[in-house]
Write a protein that binds this ligand. Structure first.
Ligand SMILES: [Zn+2]
Length: 434
């Protein structure tokens, strides 16, 4: 059990006129810096005279999602929790073995973390990123530190949490995101959305940020500040992704981040390179005839198919078309605001659904054996390079069937399509494939 107060490691908002219990540090939530105001919770800076309140004072717009902080409020910051030290062998129960490539990456992560340096683990989709972090997480837990796996995506957190619980069964673990309204209960290992890190201050000895380039963390000052502020001074984050964004690549070029490449999937087979199918513009928006043969071929081999589309109207039209052409199949569609999203993905995983039509919400964090991927209207602006690489990366992920197939249907050969194919080929070459 941890020692310290119930609120250890957190920063809580104390409204004007209220006094917190003894201990901790009190700071004003919004501080004046010359002509500007600076939020002490999220680091936002804005000029005086805007974001004002009717009764005087100002509030922070950036972190309002976590409840408003104003110039009248104070933040109560508490020392990080301390957990007992214990032998590393008692922390991690994962029985698998890492490939030599994974071992090298795991060592690079540990080395960077010990040196207090940030590191980007640039691993292809299906490389087994999570397992590579187990050694560094084990070391941090054994030393009595507080550890977080954070991701901008709720789906990624939900998929990660049971795996983390199984790998670290003797450690108290918790899941925190906007849809789980539970306060921090003193767990040593938490899986959370990056937003939740704003509730902490200098608390974690290790934060692993999974899918760091995903929306909404992509180009978000707020969420990068959340990570930096939640970490204890002298420590730096571990970033994981297959598709680093421009900001991370810039940090790499400037030497501000260490890097570990993992160009091979854990099963050793190359990434599937998308095959291209040109269509008339008219065909892309009205008819789906070019899909007929391909879908029939995938289904006669009894393989599940995920069809990605850029918009909800196309999602509906394609679902109707598939249902009429393939009456023997179970066709289901899923999109961002779908309340049954989790149940539908589970049905697809279990094989109860055979054709799943989806928008890019399922571009990451989904692993389904024998999956074949089709992208319809891959030239649409909603499919940026990283989305196309991630989507293609859903295929061929299992060791017993590493040869998935990916097909892009398009009219204009966009820069995003060209870049996605180039990046996939580059990673394959780096992994030793021709
Ligand atoms: Zn703020």
């Amino acid at each position: 059990m941890m020692t310290g107060s119930f609120y250890s490691g957190q920063q809580l908002v104390v409204p004007a006129g209220e006094t917190p219990p003894q201990g901790g540090q009190l700071v004003s939530a919004v501080r004046a810096q010359g002509r500007q105001l600076c939020c002490q919770r999220c680091g936002a800076i804005w000029p005086r005279g805007i974001q004002t309140l009717p009764l005087g004072g100002a509030y922070c717009q950036d972190c309002i999602g976590l409840g408003r902080v104003t110039t009248r409020d104070r933040l109560w910051r508490l020392a990080p929790p301390v957990f007992p030290e214990r032998p590393a062998g008692q922390c991690c129960a994962w029985q698998g073995t890492l490939t030599p490539n994974q071992v090298r990456a795991a060592q690079a992560i540990q080395h960077a973390h010990t040196a207090g340096r940030g590191i980007l683990v640039w691993a292809v989709t299906g490389a087994g990123k999570t397992e590579m972090t187990f050694p560094v997480v084990t070391a941090a837990l054994a030393a009595g530190g507080l550890v977080a796996y954070a991701s901008p995506r709720i789906d990624v957190c939900n998929e990660l949490f049971p795996r983390i619980q199984t790998a670290f069964p003797t450690i108290s673990t918790g899941l925190r995101h906007g849809r789980e309204e539970q306060p921090y209960m003193g767990e040593q290992l938490i899986v959370c959305t990056t937003h939740q890190l704003l509730r902490f201050y200098h608390a974690f000895s290790l934060i692993i940020v999974d899918e760091v380039d995903a929306f909404p963390m992509h180009n978000s000052r707020l969420l990068h500040a959340a990570v930096a502020q939640a970490l204890q001074p002298g420590t730096a984050p571990v970033y994981l992704t297959a598709t680093p964004d421009a900001h991370l690549r810039r940090q790499l070029r400037r030497g501000q981040l260490a890097v570990a490449y993992l160009p091979r999937r854990f099963h050793g087979a190359p990434l599937p390179v998308p095959r291209l199918h040109w269509c008339r513009q008219h065909t892309l928006t009205t008819g789906f005839q070019p899909l007929q043969r391909l879908v029939r071929c995938h289904r006669s081999a009894r393989r599940p198919v995920m069809l990605f589309v850029p918009t909800v109207p196309l999602l509906t039209a394609l679902t109707v078309w598939l249902s009429s052409r393939f009456p023997a199949e179970t066709v289901v569609s899923v999109h961002a605001d779908d309340p049954e999203r989790v149940a539908k993905v589970q049905a697809f995983r279990d094989g109860r659904t055979t054709l799943l039509v989806t928008t890019t919400i399922l571009e990451r964090g989904v692993t389904i054996p024998h999956l074949q991927v089709i992208v319809w209207a891959a030239d649409h602006e909603h499919f940026q390079t990283n989305a196309l690489v991630q989507v293609a990366g859903r295929a061929g992920r299992s060791a017993d069937d590493p040869w998935g197939r990916v097909d892009f249907f398009y009219h204009r050969y966009t820069l995003a399509i060209a870049r996605a194919r180039r990046e996939i080929r580059q990673m394959n070459r780096r992994g030793g494939f021709r």
